[in-house]
Design a protein around this ligand. Structure first.
Ligand SMILES: *[C@@H]1O[C@H](CO)[C@@H](O)[C@H](O)[C@H]1NC(C)=O
Ligand SMILES: *[C@@H]1O[C@H](CO)[C@@H](O)[C@H](O)[C@H]1NC(C)=O
Ligand SMILES: *[C@@H]1O[C@H](CO)[C@@H](O)[C@H](O)[C@H]1NC(C)=O
Ligand SMILES: *[C@@H]1O[C@H](CO)[C@@H](O)[C@H](O)[C@H]1NC(C)=O
Ligand SMILES: *[C@@H]1O[C@H](CO)[C@@H](O)[C@H](O)[C@H]1NC(C)=O
Ligand SMILES: *[C@@H]1O[C@H](CO)[C@@H](O)[C@H](O)[C@H]1NC(C)=O
Ligand SMILES: *[C@@H]1O[C@H](CO)[C@@H](O)[C@H](O)[C@H]1NC(C)=O
Ligand SMILES: *[C@@H]1O[C@H](CO)[C@@H](O)[C@H](O)[C@H]1NC(C)=O
Length: 908
C-alpha cells in the first residue's frame, strides 16, 4: 500500500526539449544548419558534427571580443589565487597558469586576426579560464552555453573485486551484469578511436572536466553516478562536454569486439522561444549580443489543457508519462527514513537519511547544501531529526555521503557542522587578494558604513556587503576589524601578490533559531546541545567531487573535528586520492555583484570614479564569477599560509567502485564503513599513505599563439557580403526581466530565457512566495550565478534520457537577511531583485525601466542594459541623492553606443 501511494504521488514533469515554436515569418533566404537546430520540433539531440558546423559558421567580432576580455581581466583582479596559479606551490596536482598573461595572449591573437569564428574564440577563452581548475571561476554565455557534447554510451569505472585496478565498462553492460547476478558477459572497453582507452579518457577528462584539483576527480566526472543522476545532471562524458570532441567514436572491447563508429552527440538546451535563428549571424545576435530577430514574437500562453510548457509551473496536470528509455535511479534505497519535509521525493528532496539497521549504520546523504523548499529551516531541522532518531534507534555509526556535492550555502554547512559538534568553534578563515580596486571599494564602503547609525536601513542593508569589513571577525584577534586599513594591509604575500589579513566566520552569527514546529521530537525543549556521535564513529564518503561549501564542511569535519574520510573511484592506478577534489574557497563573487558594489562606491564618493575601469561590455554573460576569498587554516602561523586549494590532503582511505557498489549505495555505504571500521584491506593499495605520488610534471597552461595570417577561413565560413549574416541588423535587444512580477511565462519576454515561477521574495521583511520571472536553467544549462538551478520533475527517480531534460529555475535564497528578527543579515550576492510599485514609478520618472530594491538603495537600469545608476532613499521613498553613469569627464552619458557592427573587416 505504501508503495502504491508512493507511485501515485509521482507527477513526473518530463519536458521534451523545448522546441522552438514555429514562427510566423518565412525563413530568410540563406538558412543554414543553424536554422535546422533551433527549428527541430522533436528531440534535442543532433550529431555533434551538425552542431559544430553551425557553431563554426558564427562570425567573430573583434570589438565585442576585446571588450569581453577587458571585462574578464578586470574582474579577474578579484580572483584570490592568481599568484598561486601562476606559480603553484608543491602539492598542487595541476599545471599552473598565468591567467592575466593568458588574456593578454588572447588579445594579441585577436589583434592579429587569429580567430576566424566565434567558436574558436570562445573555446580559447574557456580553456584558459578552466586551466585555473576552480569551480568558482566560471563564465557562461555566448554560443557555447546552450550546447553540450557527449558520447552515445555512458560509462563507469569499476574494479571487479574491489582490489584489482578498475576498468571502464558501458553502464548498460554493468546493469545487465548485476541484474543477471554476474552471469551476463562483461567486457571492458580497451580502445577508443584506436587508442588505449585509459589514455584517451584521461586526456578527455583533462580537457572537458571543470574545476577539479586532480586527475582522479576529473576522471570521476566522466562516469555515470547515481548521486549526479539524482540531481538531474549528466556526467561529462555522456552529455557534459563543452568542446566539440570530433565526429565519431569507436569503442574496442577486451573480448575483441570493435563496435562500428558512432556519432558523438550534441544536445541543444533550448532557451525557449527564440524565434527563428537561421544563420550564424542570428546565433551571434542572440547568444552573444542578446538580441532577438526583428521577426521574433512572444508566444501566447498555451491554454491550460495543452501540454505543459517549459517553465510554466502552473500546468503540470497533463504531464506526459516518462518515456520508457528512462532508467529508474536504483542507487538509493527506495524509501528514506528521514527526508526534508514539504518536499516530495521527486521535488529535489535530496537531503535524506537512511537507517541500515542490520549494519547499525545511519546514513545521511547531502548532494547539495541548498535548502530547497519554502522553509529553509527544515533543512537543518531534518539533519537534527536524523541525529535524534538514529540515536533513539540505537544506531552506532554514521556515514555522511557527500558524493557529487558541488556546494551551496556555506552557512548551511556551518550549521550542520554545529549539530554534529556543538562544542567546536570552527575557524573557517579566508583572505582576499589585495589590489587597488579592492582598496577603492573597501576604503569607501567600510568607513561609510561605520558612520551610519545602527537604526538606519542602509546600515543593515550593507552589513554583510563584502566591502564592509568592520562587521567581520579578524581571525588573529577574534575582534572585529576596526577599519578597512586594519584589514587590508598585511605582510602576507606570494609571488607578485599581496593579501589582506584573514577573517573568519563569526560563531555568534547563527543562521536562524529553530522554531518548535521545526523540531518534531520530544527533545524540543532541550536547551543544552549534546554531541550526538563521537568523531571516530562518523565517516564522510565522497567521490572527490566535493566543492565549495562541501569542501568547507569537509575541512571542519575532518581537520577540526577529526572525522575520517573515504574517497571512492579515481583513475585506475593505486595510491591516495583527495576527498575534496573541488574548489576550496570561501566566497564566490559575481561580476554583476561587483558592478553594483562599484556603483555604490561611486555614489558614496565620486572621486573613486577614476579608480575603477569602465565596466560596460556587450557580450551576453549569464554568469561570470571568481573566487573572492580563499580558504586557509587558522593557526597556520606562517606569515603567508598556503590556501587550502593548493595543499594536498589525501582521504584516510580510498576504495574502488565495484559492480555491486557503483550504482547501489546501500552496498557502497556498507563497503566504505567496513574499510574504515573492520577490514582495512578494502582500502586501495598504498592509498592510506597520505602522500601523493609526485604529480606528473606538466608545463604551465599557455594560450596558443596564433601567428598573423596563419588562419584562413574555411570554405564554408560565412561570406562577409552575405546579407543574411548581418550581425545586429534587424534585431532588438532582449530586456532584463529578472524577477519582474508576472502571471504567465508569456509576461516574461527575453527570448524565452525567463519563466514565470513562484519564488521566495522578500517584501517588507517577510519572505513570501510570489510569481516572478526567473531565469530558466536546466540539467545542461546553468546560468545561475552564485545560486543553484532548482529543477523540478524527474530528478531523484529517473535518469532522464538524453535530449529530454528538466527545466528549472535559478534558486537563490532570500530568507536569511529578510527576517524581521535577524534584520538584513546578508544581501545574497546581490541576487535579490524586488521591483516594487514605488520603485518602478521612480524608475520611470528617471528614465529607467526597473530598479532592484535594497531597502533604501535602489539599483536602477534600463531593460536593454544601456543605462544604470544607483539611487539612495531615506525615510521611505524620499529621494536623497542619485548617481548615474558618467563618462570619464564626469559627464552624464545618455546610454552607451554599441560598437559599430557594420564594420565588417573582421570577417575578411
Ligand atoms: C589585465 O589587467 C592587468 C592589470 O590591470 C593589465 O596589466 C593587463 O594589461 C590587462 N590585460 C588585458 C588583456 O586587458
Ligand atoms: C564482447 O562483449 C560485449 C559487451 O559485453 C558483448 O556485447 C559482445 O557480444 C561480446 N563479444 C564477444 C565476441 O564475446
Ligand atoms: C542493493 O543491493 C542489496 C544487496 O545486494 C539489495 O538488497 C538491494 O535491493 C539493492 N538495492 C537496490 C535499490 O536495488
Ligand atoms: C530501522 O529501525 C528504525 C527504528 O527502529 C525503523 O523506524 C526503520 O523503519 C528501520 N529501517 C529499516 C530499513 O528497517
Ligand atoms: C561621517 O559623517 C560626518 C557627519 O555627517 C561627515 O562629516 C563625515 O564626512 C562622514 N565620514 C565618512 C567617512 O563618511
Ligand atoms: C536613529 O538613532 C539616532 C540616535 O542614535 C536618533 O537621533 C535618530 O532619530 C534615529 N533615527 C530614526 C529614524 O529612528
Ligand atoms: C562585530 O560586528 C557585528 C556587526 O556589527 C556585531 O554584531 C558583533 O557583535 C561584533 N563582534 C565583536 C566581537 O565585536
Ligand atoms: C496578474 O494578474 C492580476 C490579477 O488579474 C493583475 O492585477 C496583474 O496586473 C497581473 N500582473 C501582470 C504582471 O500581468
Amino acid at each position: 500500500m505504501r508503495n502504491l501511494l508512493f507511485l501515485l504521488s509521482l507527477t513526473p514533469v518530463l519536458v521534451l526539449v523545448a522546441s522552438a515554436p514555429s514562427s510566423t515569418s518565412a525563413a530568410p533566404p540563406s538558412s543554414t544548419v543553424c536554422g535546422d537546430i533551433t527549428k527541430r520540433t522533436a528531440g534535442g539531440v543532433f550529431p555533434a558534427k551538425t552542431v559544430y558546423d553551425c557553431l563554426a559558421s558564427v562570425p567573430f567580432n573583434a570589438a565585442v571580443g576585446s571588450r569581453l576580455l577587458k571585462y574578464v581581466n578586470d574582474t579577474l583582479q578579484f580572483h584570490s589565487t592568481l599568484a598561486y596559479l601562476a606559480s603553484p606551490p608543491p602539492g598542487y596536482q595541476q599545471p599552473g597558469v598565468d591567467l592575466v598573461a593568458g588574456l593578454s595572449q588572447l588579445q594579441r591573437n585577436i589583434d592579429h586576426g587569429g580567430y576566424v569564428n566565434e567558436y574558436d574564440f570562445e573555446v580559447a577563452l574557456h580553456r584558459l579560464l578552466r586551466a585555473g581548475h576552480d569551480d568558482h571561476l566560471r563564465l557562461a554565455g555566448g554560443i557555447l552555453s546552450n550546447f553540450a557534447f557527449g558520447s552515445p554510451r555512458a560509462i563507469a569505472s569499476v574494479s571487479l573485486d574491489g582490489k584489482e585496478l578498475p576498468k571502464v565498462y558501458f553502464t548498460e553492460d554493468l546493469f545487465a551484469y548485476e541484474a543477471s547476478d554476474g552471469s551476463s558477459g562483461l567486457s571492458a572497453i580497451s580502445t577508443i578511436n584506436g587508442r588505449d582507452a585509459i589514455e584517451y579518457l584521461t586526456e578527455f577528462a583533462a580537457v572537458h572536466a571543470v574545476g577539479k584539483l586532480e586527475p582522479h576527480a576529473e576522471w570521476n566526472m566522466l562516469m555515470q553516478s547515481g548521486a549526479l543522476d539524482i540531481q538531474g545532471f549528466f556526467e561529462v562524458f555522456y552529455s557534459g562536454a563543452t568542446f566539440y570532441p570530433g565526429e565519431s567514436i569507436t569503442f574496442g572491447l577486451e573480448n575483441g569486439t570493435v563496435l562500428k563508429p558512432e556519432d558523438w552527440d550534441a544536445v541543444y538546451y533550448s532557451p525557449g522561444n527564440t524565434g527563428p535563428l537561421e544563420t550564424g549571424g542570428d546565433f551571434y545576435n542572440f547568444f552573444v549580443l542578446n538580441h532577438l530577430p526583428a521577426s521574433y514574437t512572444e508566444m501566447p500562453e498555451p491554454s491550460s489543457s495543452s501540454t505543459p510548457s517549459a517553465g510554466d509551473s502552473t500546468s503540470s496536470s497533463a504531464a506526459p508519462a516518462p518515456s520508457p528509455t528512462e532508467l529508474p535511479n536504483t542507487a538509493y534505497p527506495r524509501t528514506p527514513d528521514v527526508m526534508q519535509p514539504g518536499l516530495s521525493i521527486n521535488d529535489q528532496g535530496l537531503l535524506r537519511g537512511y537507517f541500515l539497521n542490520e549494519s547499525s549504520l545511519a546514513v545521511l546523504t547531502i548532494p547539495q547544501f541548498v535548502p530547497h523548499g519554502r522553509k529553509p529551516n527544515s533543512f537543518i531541522a531534518t539533519v537534527r531529526q536524523f541525529l535524534q532518531r538514529s540515536r533513539r534507534a540505537g544506531l552506532r555509526k554514521v556515514v555522511i555521503d557527500l558524493q557529487q556535492n558541488s556546494g551551496g550555502q556555506p552557512l548551511l554547512a556551518l550549521e550542520i557542522f554545529r549539530l554534529f559538534f556543538p562544542f567546536i568553534d570552527p575557524s573557517a578563515a579566508s583572505r582576499r587578494r589585495a589590489h587597488p580596486m579592492a582598496d577603492a571599494l573597501g576604503s569607501t564602503l567600510t568607513p561609510y558604513w561605520q558612520n551610519l547609525t545602527t537604526n538606519s536601513s542602509a546600515y543593515s542593508a550593507l552589513l554583510t556587503n563584502e566591502w564592509v569589513v568592520a562587521s567581520r571577525l579578524n581571525a588573529d584577534t577574534d575582534q572585529n576589524f576596526t577599519s578597512w586599513d586594519d584589514y587590508f594591509y598585511s605582510p602576507a604575500s606570494y609571488g607578485r601578490d599581496h593579501f589582506t589579513h584573514s577573517e573568519r566566520y563569526d560563531p555568534s552569527n547563527h543562521l536562524f533559531t529553530l522554531e518548535a514546529a521545526d523540531i518534531t521530537t520530544d527533545n524540543r525543549n532541550s536547551s543544552h546541545p549534546a554531541q550526538p556521535y563521537e568523531a571516530e564513529d562518523i565517516i564522510i564518503l565522497t567521490d572527490g567531487l566535493c566543492s565549495s561549501a562541501c569542501a568547507l564542511f569537509m575541512e571542519m569535519m575532518h581537520h577540526e573535528a577529526g572525522v575520517q574520510t573515504v574517497v571512492v573511484g579515481g583513475r585506475p592506478n593505486p595510491g591516495p586520492m583527495q576527498a575534496s577534489g573541488g574548489t576550496r574557497g570561501a566566497a564566490i563573487y559575481e561580476a554583476k555583484r561587483l558592478d553594483r558594489d562599484i556603483s555604490i562606491a561611486q555614489y558614496i564618493d565620486r572621486s573613486t570614479r577614476a579608480r575603477f575601469p569602465d565596466r560596460q561590455y556587450d557580450f551576453f554573460t549569464t554568469k561570470l564569477t571568481v573566487n573572492l576569498r580563499d580558504q586557509i587554516r587558522f593557526g597556520d602561523d606562517e606569515a603567508s599560509p598556503v590556501p587550502l586549494q593548493f595543499q594536498y590532503e589525501a582521504a584516510n582511505c580510498r576504495i574502488f567502485y565495484t559492480p555491486r557498489t557503483w550504482y547501489n549505495y546501500t552496498n557502497l555505504w556498507t563497503y566504505a564503513s567496513d574499510a574504515i571500521w573492520s577490514d582495512p584491506s578494502l582500502c586501495v593499495a598504498t592509498s592510506t599513505d597520505h602522500h601523493p605520488h609526485p604529480p606528473p610534471h606538466r608545463p604551465p597552461y599557455t594560450v596558443e599563439t596564433i601567428k598573423p595570417g596563419t588562419s584562413t577561413p574555411a570554405d564554408d565560413q560565412p561570406q562577409s557580403n552575405d546579407p543574411s549574416n548581418d550581425i545586429f541588423a534587424g534585431t532588438y535587444p532582449v530586456g532584463n526581466y529578472d524577477l519582474r512580477p508576472c502571471n504567465y511565462t508569456s509576461d516574461c519576454g527575453g527570448g524565452g530565457r525567463y519563466s514565470c515561477r513562484e519564488v521566495n521574495v522578500c517584501q517588507n521583511g517577510i519572505v513570501k512566495p510570489l510569481k516572478r520571472c526567473t531565469q530558466y536553467c536546466s540539467s545542461g544549462y546553468d546560468p545561475c550565478g552564485s545560486g543553484k538551478c532548482k529543477s523540478s520533475g524527474l530528478s531523484g527517480l529517473f535518469r532522464p534520457s538524453k535530449g529530454s531534460y528538466d527545466i528549472g529555475y535559478c534558486h537563490t535564497p532570500v530568507w536569511r537577511w529578510c527576517s524581521g528578527k535577524n534584520g538584513h543579515k546578508e544581501l545574497y550576492h546581490g541576487q535579490f531583485h524586488e521591483v516594487e510599485k514605488s520603485g518602478l514609478k521612480l524608475a520611470k520618472n528617471y528614465g529607467f525601466d526597473a530598479c532592484d530594491h535594497y531597502d533604501e538603495i535602489l539599483y536602477c537600469y534600463t531593460l536593454d542594459g544601456r543605462k544604470s545608476g544607483v539611487r539612495f532613499f531615506a525615510n521611505g521613498n524620499k529621494e536623497v541623492d542619485t548617481v548615474e553613469d558618467e563618462n570619464e569627464n564626469g559627464e552624464y552619458v545618455e546610454g552607451f553606443d554599441p560598437p559599430d557592427y557594420n564594420e565588417r573587416d573582421d570577417f575578411d
